[in-house]
Design a binder for this molecule. Structure first.
Ligand code: NAD
Ligand code: ZN
Length: 381
C-alpha cells in the first residue's frame, strides 16, 4: 500500500509499505478515506519529538471503512464507516476508567506520561498512522465510532482531533459565565477552542496570533476579538490594557512548541535552545491572566522546551490544566452542536491534497503558505 513516511526533519515522502495485518484479536484494519495534517504533525516534521524513526508513517486524524476485524471484535464489522480518535487506548485500565483515554497505561506501558497515539513516534507507542491507504486500529471495540448518517465525512474527520481538542482546551479552562478568555494560536485547535469558549458561557473571546489571514478566520468563524502580536511591542501589555489591568480569567495555549517553518528550516533543536527557544505562548498566557486565573494548555511541547515561568504561575496562584485531548469524551456534546447548526468543523479546511502530494501539503502547512489552515489528505485506494 501507499503510505507517507518520515525521512528526517523537513523530509517526508510517499512510498510502498507492507499492508498492515491483524496482530491481535482486538485489532481492525481500516481503509483510510480521509486523513488530515495536524499542527502536532509539524512537531514531528520539524524533528522536535524524540524517537521519531525513519520510515514511520504519521497521521492521527483519519476516518475510513473497516476492512477486516480480529476474532474478538464485537462492535464493528467489515464495511462500517468509522471515525477513529487519535488516542489508542484499552478502555479498561486505571486511567481509561477515569476517562483519561490519552493516558492509557496498557498501550504504552514504558512511557511515564503519554499513552498511545497513531503515527506519533515511538515515544507514543510506535503505531503507524493514517496518512496511508490502510491503518491497523488496535482495541477496535473501544476507540472507533460508526459515523452517524447525518454527519459529513469532513466534519467527522475533524472530530478525531482538532475540533475535539479545541473544545477540550476550552473545557480545561473551566470557563464560567461572563469570563474573558484569551486563546493564543489561531491554528485549527485555537480556532475551535475560541468557538467552543462561547458554548461554555464566555463573555469575551480574544485570539492572538501573527498570521493576519488566520486572525480574519478567528473573527468570522469564532466571532473573536483579535490581536496580531507582531504589531505590538508587548502583547502582554495589550492584554492587560484590554482587561482593565486585571488580566483575562482564562488563557488557552493552542500553540505549543511552535517552530515557524521558515525560521526552523535551518535551525537544529540544540541551536534553538541556545537561542533561548522558550514556550513563548505559554509564558504569555501566564502573564496575561489575572491572579487566580486558569491556564489551559493543549499546545504540545517536546523536551527542548523547558523554560516555563513556573515560579510566576505559582506566585499568581494559577491553575494550570493540560493533557492530550481524550477526544471521544468530547464527541457527544460536539455532535449536538453540529446537529443544531452551531458548528461546522469543516469550515476550517482550506486545502485537499492527494496522498501522493503529501510532501507539498506538509511544506505548505509548515510554512503557512497559501492561507493554509487545515489540509486534508485523500488516499486513492
Ligand atoms: P498550527 O501550527 O496550525 O497553529 C499554531 C498557530 O500558533 C499558528 O497560527 C502560529 O502562527 C501561532 N503562533 C505561533 N507562536 C505564537 C505565539 N507566541 N502566540 C500566539 N500564536 C502563536 O497548529 P494546530 O493544528 O492549531 O495545533 C496547535 C497546537 O496544539 C500544536 O502544538 C499541536 O501539537 C497541539 N495539539 C494538541 C493536541 C492535544 O490533544 N493536546 C491535539 C492536537 C494538537
Ligand atoms: Zn493532532
Amino acid at each position: 500500500m501507499q503510505a507517507m513516511t518520515y525521512r528526517g526533519p523537513y523530509r517526508v515522502r510517499v512510498e510502498e509499505k507492507a499492508m498492515p495485518r491483524i496482530e491481535h484479536p482486538n485489532d481492525a484494519i481500516v481503509r483510510v478515506t480521509l486523513a488530515a495534517i495536524c499542527g502536532s504533525d509539524l512537531h514531528l516534521y520539524h524533528g522536535l519529538m524524540p524517537d521519531t524513526r525513519i520510515g514511520h508513517t504519521f497521521g492521527h486524524e483519519f476516518i475510513g471503512v473497516v476492512e477486516e476485524v480480529g476474532s474478538s471484535v464485537q462492535n464493528l464489522q467489515r464495511g462500517d464507516k468509522v471515525m477513529v480518535p487519535f488516542n489508542i487506548y484499552c478502555g479498561s485500565c486505571f486511567f481509561c476508567a477515569r476517562g483519561l483515554y490519552s493516558n492509557c497505561h496498557n498501550v504504552n506501558p514504558n512511557a511515564t506520561a503519554v499513552g498511545g497515539i497513531y503515527g506519533y513516534s515511538h515515544t507514543c507507542g510506535g503505531y503507524d498512522g493514517g496518512q496511508a491507504e490502510f491503518v491497523r486500529v488496535p482495541f477496535a471495540d473501544v476507540g472507533p465510532s460508526v459515523i452517524p448518517d447525518w454527519l459529513d465525512d469532513e466534519d467527522a474527520l475533524l472530530l478525531t482531533d482538532a475540533c475535539s481538542t479545541g473544545y477540550f482546551g476550552a473545557q480545561l479552562g473551566d470557563i464560567v459565565e461572563g469570563d474573558t478568555v484569551v486563546v493564543f494560536g489561531a491554528g485549527p485547535v485555537g480556532l475551535y477552542a475560541a468557538k467552543s469558549a462561547w458554548f461554555m458561557g464566555a463573555g469575551r473571546v480574544i485570539v492572538v496570533d501573527q498570521l493576519e489571514y488566520r486572525l480574519a478566520k478567528a473573527r468570522s468563524f469564532a466571532h473573536a476579538e483579535t490581536f496580531n502580536f507582531a504589531e505590538y511591542d508587548d502583547i502582554v501589555v495589550e492584554m492587560k490594557k484590554t482587561t482593565d489591568y486585571l488580566g483575562a480569567d482564562v488563557a488557552i495555549d493552542a500553540v505549543g512548541a511552535e517552530a515557524d517553518g521558515n525560521f526552523l528550516q535551518h535551525v537544529t533543536a540544540s541551536k534553538l535552545k541556545l537561542q533561548g527557544g522558550s514556550p513563548i505562548a505559554l509564558n504569555w498566557a501566564i502573564d496575561s491572566v489575572r491572579k487566580g486565573g486558569t491556564i489551559s494548555v493543549v499546545g504540545a511541547y517536546g523536551p527542548i522546551f523547558s523554560a516555563v515561568k513556573l515560579g510566576d504561575a505559582m506566585n499568581k496562584g494559577l491553575t494550570l490544566r493540560m493533557n492530550q485531548a481524550p477526544v471521544k469524551r468530547q464527541w457527544p456534546r460536539l455532535l449536538e452542536h453540529i446537529q443544531a447548526g452551531h458548528l461546522k468543523p469543516s469550515e476550517l479546511i482550506t486545502h485537499r491534497v492527494p496522498l501522493e502530494h503529501i510532501a507539498e501539503g506538509y511544506h505548505m502547512f509548515s510554512a503557512k503558505l497559501d492561507d493554509c489552515i487545515k489540509t486534508v489528505v485523500v488516499p486513492e485506494a
